[in-house]
Write a protein that binds this ligand. Sequence first.
Ligand code: ZN
Length: 405
Amino acid sequence: MKTILVICDGLGDRPIKELGNKTPLEAAKTPNLDKLAREGICGVMHTLGFGLRPGSDTAHLSIFGYDPKEYYHGRGPFEAAGIGIDLRPGDIAFRGNMGTVDENLVVKDRRAGRIRDTTPYAKALDGIEIDGVKFIVKPGTGYRVGVVMRGPGLSSRISDPDPHELDVKVHEAKALDNSKEARFTANVLNKFLVKAHGILKNLEANKQRIKEGNPPGNYLLVRGAGYVADTPSFEKRYGLKAACIAGAGLYKGVARILGMDGIKAEGATGLPDTNIESKFKTAVKALNQYDFIFIHVKAADSLAEDGNYKGKKEFIEKIDKAAKQLVGLKDTLIVITADHTTPCALKTHSGDPVPLLMNGPGVRVDDIKEFGERNCAKGGLGHIKGLELMPEILNIIGKAPLVGA
Ligand code: ZN
């Protein structure tokens, strides 16, 4: 039996007056999701635990059965992996922007006029070695870059050199504890950033930008130092060959760190204009090569963070339309859920549980007729934690190990 797990980012919400005190999911017309719920079993999931407000990264790790307490040491590694950097245990990874500073190193533009392609900038800095530490620098989307420090004796316990605001001088990285490793890491990173600034100032691409009246990408603003833990692959852990279909970088990164293959789906952008039909179609097609397909759909979360409940409701209807392809699949467990709730009224993540449905051969069909937060709370799966989802999936697909004899 195969599994398709669809994680609709930020799908959960709270009742909204303008929607007749329904949530966007409850208010949306979702005949296909409702059918899957009606013929399946529902519940709600507290991805990190009761009342905890999950980040997308920690929530995804939990859902895949990797306890964030053990496997999450900062956002950087997931972003770096998401742009295609192969990480090793012990690496320190950062998120980065190409930014603009003046002659006093005061930040004038955190995105260097939204530089469209950082390839020449990353190339100029990639591979530099300082005190036995190698710097890997790769272009991300737009003005973003991924930065990894590789070498012995490194620590992620350092502060951000990126000041996160305009008109202040870039910071020096500082050790956040008393360890020799943290002091060493901060020191090497600071040396690198000075060297990088020197190289970027003289870069041909920047001379061109200045000539065109654009702010140059002359400083590497890095933040979110993260340590890469030794992470057993999803396949090793569960015996399931897994693949990921996602548009946005972070989710590709989580999948890559767990050793899942990445599959490209035409038109998958991670934005409201994304082609969900194409993602689901690609997933169904990939079932003959994989046991487990993880599909990530981003935009319900971004729309909720803009407070756009109408847009969120419409986007959920778009998910539903595409989900027709998931109805009636043979020998396949369909799991549809979210990583966290993003109430439009709060414009940020909350600790409310997320709706969950499982549809496939063998599930104990319950009485839930429509897919929604409050209906699911009355479902046969009850309340589960994120770390309990994979055991439940393994149980239904007949892969759960016997506990005892
Ligand atoms: Zn999320």
